[in-house]
Design a protein around this ligand. Structure first.
Ligand code: RIB
Ligand code: CA
Length: 316
């Protein structure tokens, strides 16, 4: 049995983050050292409550740490609450027993990495403000992170916050740029890995409503998301954070990655929050091959297996 991944999960916990937290808690390939939260889908306080409720339901005692209430710039990028006001379907299912830790998220990240150099992997499921703040505070320590996994960017497809920008990057593009420039291995799972084969359609949601407590929790948590998606003609919910977590916890889920140089646009304007991926070894018409890479972008995964694998974990 290979050694477990020692992970910190950084999250802006709404329905799909909650599914990812539960998947991690139910997986024997990872050890969750802590969950750090930031505002994004919901407020910081709500993200903490949602995280604790999901972890408790999964039987995990992983501690939760409060982080950023706003992006690095301090200027909030307004987005719709597609998951509902509480991020969990406004279904009155969030009643955590626990409380967040008194230590802050940034200090928890730095202390954990400092005490375990070269061993800690961070799974970033929201805006990466906490990670950027940790880099600003102690870059030398953060350079000892083993790998950052990021549910972020549009990958090689379209965006969701704008036609070219994905929500987690759009909410704090300077933070994302800071993360990309850190220089530790980064694996990006973009929105393009979250397309139709990974969606949970209404028939499956109906089955989950008759399922166990975790399946019922996630079905309820995604009800407002289903309304939003149906408004776009899609009778299903997507769980991008759980897809990203699947890439980490399931050793044979990822089939291909592309080595790239990722460049995050932080200038104001139509392309704000876009991440351009220059593929290694590829000669573009107007530029020579790039000589440097900073990310591995997941370009192929066993997407058709995702929904069944996720529900098997929920039932385990
Ligand atoms: O674009 C999808 C991402 O934005 C997911 O992490 C979702 O939870 C939101 O944070
Ligand atoms: Ca998220």
């Amino acid at each position: 049995m290979p050694e477990k991944h020692k992970i910190i999960i950084d999250s802006d916990t709404a329905g799909d983050d909650a599914a990812a937290l539960i998947l991690a808690a139910k997986s024997d390939t990872v050890q969750i050292l802590g969950v750090t939260v930031a505002a994004g889908n919901v407020s910081l306080e709500q993200a903490a409550k949602n995280s604790m409720a999901a972890l408790e339901l999964a039987g995990s005692d992983a501690p939760v740490y409060l982080g950023a209430t706003a992006p690095l710039s301090g200027e909030e990028k307004e987005c719709f609450s597609v998951y509902g006001k509480d991020g969990m379907g406004d279904a009155d299912i969030i009643h955590p027993k626990g409380k967040p830790q008194t230590k802050g998220a940034v200090d928890f990240i730095l202390d954990t990495v400092r005490d375990n150099p070269g061993e800690i992997e961070i799974m970033a499921l929201g805006p990466v403000t906490n990670i950027a703040l940790a880099i600003r505070k102690d870059r030398e320590t953060m350079s000892k992170v083993k790998r950052i996994w990021s549910m972020g960017t549009a990958g090689f497809g379209p965006g969701n916050a704008t036609p070219v920008a994905e929500f987690n990057v759009y909410k704090d593009a300077p933070a994302y740029r800071t993360m990309l420039e850190l220089g530790v291995p980064v694996t990006v799972i973009g929105l393009d890995m979250d397309d139709a084969p990974t969606w949970t359609y209404e028939d499956k949601l109906a089955e989950m409503r008759e399922g166990n407590d975790i399946q019922r929790f996630i079905e309820a948590a995604t009800r407002k998301l289903l309304e939003f998606k149906k408004g776009n003609g899609i009778p299903a919910v997507d769980l991008p954070d759980a897809v990203a977590m699947g890439c980490l916890v399931w050793p044979n889920f990822v089939e291909e990655t592309a080595q790239c140089y990722g460049s995050c646009i932080t200038e104001p304007g139509e392309t704000y929050g876009m991440v351009i991926f220059y593929k290694e070894g590829f000669t573009y018409d107007s530029m020579p091959k790039i000589g440097r890479c900073n990310v591995s972008v997941v370009s192929k995964a066993k997407k058709n297996e995702f929904v069944d694998r996720l529900n098997a974990a929920f039932r385990s």
